[in-house]
Design a protein around this ligand. Structure first.
Ligand code: GLV
Length: 311
């Protein structure tokens, strides 16, 4: 019997996925670089989440690594130059999580603009019978600026039209397939125009702190910020100051700079809605993502083309 290929899992994968993968591969859950021992030389494939990526100290310990299969779309925590230098293939779970992530962006927008979570806390605290309830704001007719107009940004735009929102976007280049949406080559100008700014850009050096104090100022005291991209895209200290000082109206955040650490300053603010990086985390989508991670690995080790290659 041919020996099984050793795969290192940086993040745990769903049990159903382990069973599927358990047939052609031998799976190992990563715990630490120190405990890898002689297993390190046998590892030929890695699975990991978009948020975890593959830190260089682990990558450098795997001399026979041939493929990284990402259970997500983010590749900002993977050294792409090193992948190319070492001829390591890279695949992501692109395509299957677009709709859920767009839904989360819309959900966060509705929640913070309408005060849903805030009012939920109000009711649970037994305040309704003796305290006035604050009004929220309407979505209809608001201007939605989308930063990052890939598949997820476009799916957010499509949903926003159903709310009668005006939509425009910022991106590194104008998209040819969506002439119906105005393109803003300058994020600050888009932020000035928008009532709600949704971040759908890729993480990494190019988008690091793309939303800083000046962009928050441009968004202004009636503006809302929604982040389903990466925590690194936003200067969190500037955002906290803007929320505390009401120089923006509110924020909905699925991602943070130092996950799972969330700055405690957010906890006491009623104008922010917080999620523990859940945008793609539905049973259906996580299953489809796991399947794609598996199918990419299987294709690679059978000498077939990757289904969703990056490199
Ligand atoms: C999640 O954050 C992903 O990269 O898919």
């Amino acid at each position: 019997m041919a020996s099984k290929t050793d795969i290192l899992m940086i993040d745990p994968m769903p049990e159903s996925f382990n069973e599927q993968l358990g047939t052609p591969f031998r799976l190992h859950q990563f715990t630490s670089v120190e405990t890898l021992g002689t297993l390190a030389e046998r590892i030929e494939g890695v699975t990991t989440g978009g948020g975890s990526g593959l830190p260089r100290p682990i990558m450098d310990r795997l001399p026979n690594l041939k493929i990284i299969s990402v259970n997500g779309v983010g590749i900002d925590k993977i050294d792409l130059d090193e992948c190319r230098r070492r001829n390591i293939r890279l695949a992501t779970a692109q395509g299957v999580l677009t709709e859920d992530v767009a839904d989360m962006a819309i959900g966060l927008m509705l929640d913070v603009v309408r005060g849903i979570s805030c009012n939920d806390r109000f009711v649970r605290a037994g305040k309704w019978s003796h305290e006035p309830v604050a009004n929220s704001w309407t979505i209809k007719g608001k201007k939605l600026g989308i930063a990052g107009f890939g598949a997820i940004g476009k799916a957010v735009a499509k949903r926003a039209l159903a709310f009668d929102m005006a939509v425009a976007y910022f991106s590194s280049r104008q998209q040819t397939d969506t002439p119906e949406y105005p393109f803003y080559p300058d994020l600050r100008v888009l932020a000035e125009w928008a009532d709600v700014l949704v971040l759908c850009v890729s993480g990494g050096a190019r988008s690091y702190h793309m939303v800083d104090q000046s962009i928050l100022e441009a968004l202004g005291a009636e503006g809302f910020l929604i982040n389903v991209a990466r925590g690194s895209v936003v200067d969190e200290a500037a955002l906290i100051a803007a929320l505390q000082g009401h120089t923006i109206r509110g924020a909905g955040l699925d991602v943070f700079a130092e996950e799972p650490h969330v700055p405690e300053a957010f906890y006491s603010l009623d104008n922010v809605v917080l999620q523990p990086h859940r945008a793609s985390a539905t049973f259906e989508t996580r299953h489809a993502m796991g399947r794609l991670v598996f199918d990419n690995l299987a294709a690679f080790f059978q000498g077939k083309p990757l289904l969703t290659p990056v490199i």
